[in-house]
Design a protein. Structure first.
Lengths: 913, 545
């Protein structure tokens, strides 16, 4: 509860000092003497007025609506209701307008005028005496200060006008006489005189205009050197300064030029220095025609020299860079002992094997953060759009566009071990040294450590190209005399075929070897690309060779494959692309009808590329190719089965290390055995899909047949007679059986071994049963051994079987959803996390507020103007009215006087009468 | 109205004939002579009744008496003109008030018209393609002329002339083009023709027909286009039907005819292939035509029981009935379970089947034992499946595990019973699952574990292996969209791996670091002491090169 009105009034009266404790008489008297009472009275009146205003309830605007409780509103508590006093603000605004707007209004349409800026002129509180005193004080103060050098006032005594450093002495007595002396006749107009005045100010700058100023000549004395002891004028000082600076500048330039000359000399000596460093002679370049630069302007010469200098600088930079990259001489490693070498080699091999195992597990071998980030960005991209679930596993989308880089496939990005690519390993050296010995029986090749083994060290990099060629020739002469020694490097397979047209197949590897030697990358810059191309051609040639003849020479193919392998170390991309092209050809043209060439390519892949990798850009498609063939090929003829047997064998070979499971392998082998068995199985032997050949390929021997080892030519050649046919069939059966045995070894660790091999066992048992007849005696034994092996594996698999425990993960934490908590939250503040938006909102709000305010002000201005106008008009009207009334009154009074006079006159006449 | 047009054109022809004959005409003198005579005969008929005998002459000129292999098309066309004109002129109408000899003339004319129609049918059956098509259009014109100009003949003509035409079309030799012509020009265009076509099919298929004929009928029927909606207004008519004919304006009548036609076909002796193709189009093409789809029940259940691919195909039709017609099919899931056989995952209907299976098993109210049986059986089959099938199975299982958490014991089973654990530790265990059990509720699958999928985690194809690995990872994803996994093939996977063109690899592939001593041959075997153990020795042991 605020105190009552009365108490408040009392308190405020006390505060403002209206009611003061009783003063003593002495004090009163003193006050009266100093006139403080009058002042006090004024103050008191003002304070009283203020108090009156404050306590006038009509002056205070009541808040709109009732005050709210603090609990319900956030406004009331924080700030007390604003005491709006519209009357005060209004009158304040009115006052301000009167001071500004009204002034403007009054001075509108009026030009010119005087502004009185004399000190204290508009101050009504000052007495004229005070004013005068203050003015005087200011004046003298200004005189005392030396404010700037341009202040003319203070140099009053020794100031004189000068022209060209000469004081101006006028013929006339004073400057003031000028006006009187000059006849007003008209030769000197106003304008000219103003020009003249200007001239006085800036005459030391415009010296060239001197001639134009003839009319001024009479003012100026051109006399020179008359006053030697004269103080130096400013212009002179400036001139001196300029001259000095020019001199220094010139000196500096000179010094710089000298330096440059020196540097040029040094530069010229640099080649000699290099020679001394490198110890070999460089043919001196013809010197460029020396230009006669000295005769020229130095700047122009510098300009001309610029590019040249650039060139030399660039050369210098290059040299410098070369030098930085040069190896520092370091103490050579000591020669290693044999044991150390072996140890090192073992460690290297171990590391390689470790890498391979990691790739097999599908881990990324190198730490590629870059890829990591790639992956991340990919994932982010994906979050917005609809994700194909299958695509996340690297399966192609149905449109078969080139796939995006997937998490799963990132595994193929291995960095090739430089060690393997660039230099030759000691192990292969040893191995290949033997090779070399055998093939060429030349001892020195073993020593040529730095060369690829398959070229047989025919090139010696220290000699020139021609030297290498001649060495090659010699070497080859010792090997065999009939082959040509040089071959061009072919760019297409057709050209290669042309080259080896007359060469017997056995010698093709030699030709390849010679081409590789002649185009060794160290001999010529373009050779690397050429050899890359050559590697691709060789891959093509492999399939060509295997397809071409009935009985391809596998020694030659093998040798060429080894060549490709060694080329693949330096040209992995070329070889891989070429193999992929072969695979693509298989997929598009004959997916279910593999040719011998394709089989050769597939076996080549198995040796050249690591088949155990989790993902590999060559072996993975090769796997798929074989699986597709096994899963879908026709099984109508015996040769189909032979091809299938080769492919199944290859499958197992691919999986020797990684031991991955291939459903197609089991399906195909079991189907083949069912189809080859002498009698058709009566019941289904397992859950593999059965495929029946159209024509019977069942064993139906008339006499005893013994299985043999299959031969590659069986794939193409059809057996001549039925006996050979039967022999082929029975050997197929034994091959398949042994393949199954090998597979059972390979996959014995698989958790579902029992499920996979129970049907196999059934098929084999059935086979054993149907092979009861005497003629199959030879084949019975391998079946039995395989069966025993599988049985053993099955029982051990049973022993090893445990219920699955796949989900031993830590339970996932529930995603936390704690809201972000704002300490001392203020509802008036905006917590917009988007800063830009918040900023723009703030600006918008401010703009709105300002606009509103400005509009209100304008409106008030307008009403003020209207009011003023009205007032003026009223004033004018009132004045008019007054004037009118005055005139009327005047006339009336005159009339009245006249009437009176008349009356008097009449009365007088009447009286007279 | 064909008559006036014909008159006009004949006049034109006459004038050109009167004028100087062109040299071209002379060159083909014989032919022109033929055309000239034909035209002459034709015009005479138009001129006066006394030349009616010319019709007989023209018919004899058709050259179809013994065999219709080489008909005179010009004659046929001109005859059609003649008949159209006569019909339009009302010469075929025998009113009872007419004179006796008039009646004789009309009867004679009708006789000739029949003869002409028979000739046309013969042409359609036997002649070459062009003639067949022409004969078809002539026959249809005759049909139109007769129906429009002879009152009260509508029903009669549809049952006689149209039925003959229909039979000729169906039985035509090399009639592929004829039939496509019929389908595109008439069957799809005109709704009344479709209506009567249905009638004819149902009548025609009443008797047992050969398999090729049925094939034709099926192809014609399935080409009939979309089913009219309930509010459809029939407006496109070949011949404006009589106002009294209400049936041709009603959707239900159309549907009824179509249903009869289809049922007649289904009742006929279908070959296995036809059955499959019918089942394939069942849901989209056949069922909309049927007002009472439950009539298909027998056909579908028979097909479903047939086994193999037929069963797979019948499944969707059956499901339609179960879903919409409340068909109660006992042992549905047992039957469905039995469909999961060795060939299923290799079948080309695989994706179709999985779509349906996904629908059937999507209910969360199914017993867990049943779902577990499906999961286990599928995983068994996956051991022999191509990668494209495994890729479907595993996400499918994942979804099932998500909706039936009880089944997750198949992935993770801790044995709390100490004795049992010790026993397993000592002696191992067998898979308790019974693959030969037919009832999915009693296979013990839920007590088993999914060792098969664990094996597939080491599948040769990295992507398949990655997919198989999802069941051993945390089940954080809500579900996999099965549709994304359904239609993969070897071809697709291969081209996904290899790409289509020469796009350089991002990084050079790894090359085997050791160059083997031998690949095919026994090179330098002595060095190793005669034992071949290096890489590739496996193949060398099995093969001679």
């Amino acid at each position: 509860m605020p105190p009552s009105q009365l108490k408040q009034l009392k308190a405020s009266l006390k505060d403002s000092g209206v009611i003061a404790p009783q003063q003593s008489k002495k004090q009163k008297r003193q006050n009266a003497k100093t006139g403080a009472t009058a002042q006090n009275r004024n103050q008191r009146n003002a304070a009283l007025q203020a108090i009156r205003d404050r306590f006038n309830p009509f002056e205070i605007k009541a808040p709109s609506g009732r005050a709210k409780f603090e609990a319900t509103t956030r406004d009331s508590g924080s700030k007390p209701a604003a005491r709006a006093r519209p009357g005060v603000t209004k009158s304040l605004g009115e006052e301000r307008r009167r001071a500004t707007l009204l002034q403007e209004m009054n001075s509108r349409n009026k030009v010119g005028g005087l502004v009185d800026r004399r000190f204290g002129e508009n101050d009504p509180t000052m007495t004229p005496e005070e004013r005068a005193a203050e003015r005087f004080a200011r004046e003298s103060q200004r005189k005392m200060r030396k404010e700037s050098m341009f202040n003319l006032e203070d140099e009053e005594d020794d100031f004189q006008f000068t022209h060209m450093g000469q004081p101006l002495t006028l013929e006339g007595e004073t400057l003031n006489d000028d006006f009187e002396a000059g006849d007003l006749g008209g030769e000197e107009s106003d304008e000219e005189s103003s020009r003249k005045r200007k001239r006085f100010v800036d005459n030391d700058e415009d010296m060239e205009m001197e001639e134009d100023m003839d009319m001024d000549n009479d003012f100026i004395d051109h006399g020179d050197g008359d006053q030697p002891e004269r103080k130096k004028s400013k212009a002179e000082v400036m001139k001196e300064v300029i001259a000095k600076s020019k001199f220094y500048k010139h000196e500096r330039q000179q010094a710089k030029e000298d330096d440059e000359d020196l540097r040029d000399e040094l530069d010229k000596e640099l080649p000699g220095l290099f020679e001394a460093l490198q110890g070999m002679k460089n043919p001196g370049k013809p010197e460029p025609a020396q230009q006669d630069l000295d005769a020229m302007n130095p700047e122009r010469a510098a300009l001309l020299q610029e590019p040249e200098k650039n060139k030399t600088e660039r050369e210098y930079d290059q040299r410098l860079k070369q030098l930085t990259f040069d190896k520092r001489s370091a103490p050579t490693d000591r020669t290693k002992t044999e044991e150390e070498k072996v140890e090192e080699e073992a460690a290297r091999l171990k590391k390689l094997e470790h890498d391979r195992v990691r790739r097999m597990r599908g881990e990324v071998v190198t730490d590629d953060e870059e890829e990591e980030s790639d992956k991340d960005s990919f994932m982010q991209d994906d979050e917005d759009e609809e994700i194909d679930d299958a695509e996340a596993f690297g399966l192609p989308s149905y449109s078969y566009q080139p796939r995006p880089e997937m998490a799963v496939e990132d595994e193929d990005n291995f960095v090739i071990d430089d060690d393997l690519v660039e230099t030759r390993s000691n192990a292969s050296l040893d191995m290949d040294a033997i090779d070399t010995e055998e093939e060429l029986s030349e001892e020195e090749e073993v020593e040529s450590e730095n060369e690829d083994e398959l070229i047989n060290g025919m090139t010696l990099p220290t000699t020139t190209a021609s030297g290498a060629a001649s060495t090659a020739v010699e070497v080859n002469q010792t090997a065999e005399g009939k082959l040509a020694f040089t071959y061009p490097c072919p760019s297409t397979h057709a050209i290669f075929l042309e080259i080896i047209k007359d060469v017997p197949t056995e010698d093709v590897p030699t030709v390849v070897q010679r081409i590789r030697a002649l185009h060794h990358p160290r001999l010529q810059p373009g050779n690397k690309e050429k050899l890359g191309k050559f590697a691709e051609i060789l891959v093509e040639h492999i399939s060509y060779m295997a397809n071409e003849s009935e009985e391809p020479s596998f020694a030659a193919i093998e040798s060429i494959l080894r060549h490709i392998h060694s080329l693949a170390k330096t040209h992995p991309l070329n070889v891989a692309m070429s193999f992929r092209a072969r695979l693509r050809e298989i997929t598009t043209e004959r997916p279910l009808n593999l040719l011998p060439g394709d089989l050769a390519i597939l076996s080549g892949i198995s040796t050249i590329f690591p088949t155990s990798d989790h993902f590999h850009s060559v072996t993975t498609p090769a796997h798929l190719c074989m699986a597709r063939f096994l899963g879908q090929c026709s099984v109508n003829t015996v040769s189909d089965f032979v091809t299938g047997a080769f492919a199944t064998g290859l499958c197992l070979q691919y999986q020797t290390v990684a031991k991955r499971y291939m459903p197609e392998f089991i399906n195909f082998t079991l189907n083949a055995l069912c189809n080859l068995a002498p009698t058709e199985p009566t019941s289904k032997l397992g859950f593999f899909p059965s495929r029946k050949s159209d024509d019977s390929v069942r064993l139906a021997p008339s006499k005893k047949v013994t299985p043999r080892k299959l031969h590659f030519r069986d794939i193409i050649a059809s057996a001549s007679d039925s006996d050979a046919q039967e022999e082929l069939k029975i050997s197929l059966v034994t091959t398949f059986v042994s393949l199954l045995g090998a597979a059972s070894d390979l996959w014995s660790e698989k958790p579902a071994f029992a499920e996979i091999f129970t049907p196999v066992r059934e098929v084999l048992q059935y086979l054993r049963q149907s092979f009861k007849s005497k003629v199959f005696a030879a084949a019975r034994e391998p079946i039995q051994t395989t069966l025993d092996k599988i049985d053993a594996h099955l029982s051990s698999a049973r022993l090893a079987r445990r219920p699955l425990l796949l989900h031993t993960h830590k339970p996932l934490a529930i995603k936390s959803a704690i809201p972000k908590f704002e300490e001392d939250f203020n509802p008036d503040k905006h917590y917009d996390p988007d800063r830009e938006r918040a900023e723009s909102n703030r600006l918008k709000k401010e703009f709105k507020r300002e606009k509103k305010g400005a509009m209100r002000e304008l409106r008030k201005d307008a009403s003020f103007v209207a009011r003023e106008k009205l007032r003026e008009k009223k004033e004018r009207d009132a004045a008019y009215e007054q004037k009118y009334k005055r005139l009327v009154a005047e006339i009336q009074s005159e009339e009245g006087q006249a009437a009176n006079a008349y009356e008097r006159e009449r009365r007088a006449r009447q009286g007279k009468r | 109205m064909p008559a006036p047009v014909e008159l006009n054109s004949s006049k034109k022809r006459k004038s050109s004939k009167n004028g100087a004959p062109s040299s071209k005409r002379r060159a083909v003198a014989e032919e022109s002579a033929d055309t000239v005579t034909i035209e002459k005969l034709e015009n005479q008929v138009a001129e006066s009744r006394k030349y009616y005998n010319n019709i007989a002459t023209l018919i004899s000129m058709l050259n179809v008496d013994s065999s219709a292999k080489k008909p005179e098309l010009a004659v046929a066309v001109s005859l059609c003109r003649v008949f159209s004109r006569l019909i339009a002129a009302g010469n075929f109408v025998d009113s009872s008030r007419a004179a006796e000899n008039e009646k004789i003339v009309v009867a004679w004319l009708k006789e000739r018209a029949l003869e002409y129609q028979r000739a046309l049918m013969a042409i359609m059956r036997e002649a070459d393609i062009d003639s067949q098509v022409t004969a078809l259009s002539l026959a249809m014109r005759m049909l139109k002329a007769r129906i429009t100009h002879i009152p009260g003949a509508e029903h009669n003509i549809w049952t006689t002339l149209f039925s003959e035409t229909f039979e000729a079309i169906v039985e035509a030799r090399d009639g592929q083009d004829l039939r496509t012509e019929f389908v595109s020009k008439y069957l799809k265009e005109y709704e009344d023709i479709r209506y009567h076509f249905f009638v004819q099919v149902s009548e025609y298929a009443e008797t047992r027909r050969s398999s090729t004929t049925l094939e034709t009928l099926i192809s014609l029927l399935s080409a009939c286009g979309d089913v009219p909606s309930e509010t459809h207004k029939f407006e496109t008519f070949f011949v404006e039907p009589a106002a009294t004919n209400k049936r041709i304006h009603s959707v239900n009548a159309h549907k009824k005819r179509a249903q009869e036609a289809w049922l007649a076909i289904l009742r006929n002796n279908l070959s296995q292939a036809q059955r499959k193709s019918l089942l394939r189009i069942m849901v989209h093409t056949i069922e909309p035509w049927l007002s009472r789809p439950e009539l298909l029940m027998d056909f579908l259940t028979d097909s479903y029981n047939a086994g193999g691919a037929t069963s797979l195909l019948a499944l969707s039709g059956l499901f339609y009935l179960i879903q919409h017609k409340n068909l109660d099919y006992p042992q549905f899931f047992a039957k469905l379970y039995s469909l999961l056989d060795a060939d299923l995952l290799h079948s080309k209907h695989r994706s179709r089947f999985f779509r349906l299976l996904n629908t059937f098993l999507s209910s969360t109210h199914l017993p867990a034992a049943l779902v577990a049986s499906f999961i286990k059986r599928l995983s068994r089959l996956a051991l022999n499946a191509p990668p494209s099938a495994i890729v479907v199975i595993v996400p499918f299982m994942y979804n099932l595990f998500k909706s039936h958490p009880t089944c997750t014991f198949m992935m993770h089973r801790e044995i709390r019973d100490k004795e049992l654990a010790a026993d397993i530790e000592a002696r191992g265990m067998d898979d308790i699952f019974d693959m030969s059990e037919l009832d999915p509720l009693h296979t013990n699958a839920i007590e088993s574990s999914l060792w098969e999928i664990e094996t597939l985690q080491s599948h040769y194809h990295p992507n398949v292996a990655a997919i198989a690995r999802i069941i051993s990872e945390q089940f954080t994803k809500q579900s996999y969209n099965l549709e994304d996994f359904l239609d993969h093939t070897y071809q697709g996977m291969l081209s996904g791996e290899l790409g289509t063109g020469e796009k350089p690899l991002r990084k050079p592939p790894v090359v085997e670091y050791q160059i083997p001593k031998r690949i095919f041959t026994d090179r330098m075997l002595v060095e190793d002491g005669g034992v071949d153990s290096g890489p590739g020795s496996f193949m060398r042991a099995l093969w001679d090169f």
